[in-house]
Design a protein around this ligand. Sequence first.
Ligand SMILES: Cc1cc2nc3c(=O)[nH]c(=O)nc-3n(C[C@H](O)[C@H](O)[C@H](O)COP(=O)(O)OP(=O)(O)OC[C@H]3O[C@@H](n4cnc5c(N)ncnc54)[C@H](O)[C@@H]3O)c2cc1C
Length: 481
Amino acid sequence: MNSVDNYDIIVAGAGLSGMLAATVAARAGKRVLMLDRNTEEEVGKKTVWGWTCGDAVAGSHIDFVTRKLGVSFGFPELDRRVDGVYAISPDLKTRFMFEGVGFTLDRPEFETKLLQIARKTDVEYISQFDISGPVLDGKKVVGVHGRDRNKEEKEFHAKIVIDALGVSTVLRRNLPENPYIERTVDIDDIESTGRYIYEFDLDHADLKYYDPDNALIHLNNEIAPGGYGWVFPKSGNRINIGLGVQKRSLDIRNAKMKRSDNLQTLIDNYVKWNPALKNLKVFNKNNNGKGIWSVSVRRQMESLVYDGYMGAGDSMVMPNPISAGGIGPALISGILAGENAVRAVEENDTSVKGLWKYNLDYNQAYGKRTAGMEVFRIYLQSLNNDVLNYGMKTFLTTKEASDITLGLIPELSLASKFKMVLKGATNLRAFSNLVYVVGKMKEFNSLYDAYPKTPEEFAPFKKTVTTIIEDAKERFKPNPV
Ligand SMILES: Cc1cc2nc3c(=O)[nH]c(=O)nc-3n(C[C@H](O)[C@H](O)[C@H](O)COP(=O)(O)OP(=O)(O)OC[C@H]3O[C@@H](n4cnc5c(N)ncnc54)[C@H](O)[C@@H]3O)c2cc1C
C-alpha cells in the first residue's frame, strides 16, 4: 500500500461542506488534500442517483458564503428565486407562510462553481478516490485510507481529517468508541426521501398545488407519513417534486390502511395527486431527473470534533429537524470547520481540546436551536391528519409556527387558545402536548446557550440532551393515521 504523509488537513468529500472547508483552509496557506469518489465532471454528486435534493436554500445561507468568502452567486447555479415557503395542512384549508427569500439551486452547477472557487487555491484535489475508513494512531484519527481510480489501496496522513462524506459517511461510522460522537443514528431520525425534476405544463392555476413564486410543502400523513411532500418551482417550466417519509410511520400507515406502499409508489402517487400539473416529462440534464436518498432530521451530533477529526454537513446529521434543509448547515459548517482547522494547525493542537472552538462556533451560527426543533418534529410525527388540520387552524398563528421552524420560542397566548381548543379530548391532549413541547424547546435553548466551553464539561451536557430527547420519543409515538 502507498502511504503519503505531511498534509495539514485532509478534507474527505467534495460536496458542499467539503469544498468550502478545503477552500477556506487552502486560502490560509495550509497544505490541503481533498478526496472524493466522483469524477471531476460530476463533482458533488451524492450517489449513483445524482445530486438528489429538493434544491431549496434560504437566501441568508447563500449570503453567509458570500460574506465569508467574498464570492457571489447568480444564474445558473441559483436557478430560481422564491419569496418564501407555504406549509399547507392535509385538508388544504390552512397554510402558514414562512417569509424569506430563498432559491432553488441547480445543484450540479452550484457544486461546479464551488469547485472553481476551490481550484483558485492550492488545494490538492484527487477525484475518483473511494474512501474506506479512517487511519488511526491509537485512538487518534491521523488520516484516511481507500482505493484510487486504479483500485489501488492508498493511505493519506494529516494532522486533521475533516469528514464531509455526507449522511452515509464511512469515517464517522468507523471512529473508535468515544464519548463525543456517536457512530450510528436512530433509524427513526432518518427520512427516506426522493424526488423528480420535471418539465410540465400547467393544467390550471391553483396556488395550493403549484406556486411559481413560493416553495410549497404538503403536510399529509397518508401521502407522506412522518414527513411531507414538496413542490418547489425551478426555472422555466420545471419543478422539483418529491417527498420524505419516516420508515416507522410508513409501516404503521400501511398496516392501518391495508396498503403496501413504498417510497417510490408514494412519490408517484403524490405526483398524480397534483391536479395543477400535466404533461410531465423527467428533465434529465446531468442524469439528475430522478433519485432517492436519505436525510437525517435530528439535532447535529452533540460534539462535531474528536481527536484529529472534525465533521461538517450531513456526516454530522446537521439538516434542520423540521424542514430537513441541510444545504444551509452544510455551507455554514464547511466554512467554520475550515477556519477552525486552520487555527488548530497553527496552534499545534489537533486534539479534541484544540478543535473544541468549532463546536462553539457552529452552535452559535446555527446549531443551538436544532435540539428544540427535534422535539417539535417528534411531536409533529405523533399527529394524524385530523389533528394536524385542527391544530394548524387553531393552535398556532403563522407567526408562532414560523418562530418554531426558526427554533425560536413562540409565546402561546394560552388563555385565548384554550377557549378555541375545547373540542374533543384528542385535540385537547394535542394542545397540552404542544405546550409541553414548547417548554422543552425553551429548556433546550437555555441548555445550548450554555454549550460546554471545554470537553471536560461535555459529559453532563450530553446526558441531559439525550435524556430529554429519549423522554420525548417515549411520550410521542409515531401515529400517522
Ligand atoms: C431527496 C432529498 C431532498 C433534499 N432537499 C433539500 C432541500 O430542499 N433543501 C436543503 O437545504 N436540503 C435538502 N436536502 C439535504 C441536502 O441535500 C444535504 O443536506 C446536503 O447535500 C449536504 O451536503 P454535504 O456536503 O454535507 O454532503 P453531500 O452533498 O452528501 O456530499 C458528500 C460528498 O462525499 C462524497 N463521498 C461520500 N462517500 C464517499 C466515499 N466513501 N469516498 C469518497 N467520497 C465519498 C460524495 O461523492 C459527495 O461528493 C435533501 C436531501 C435529500 C436526500
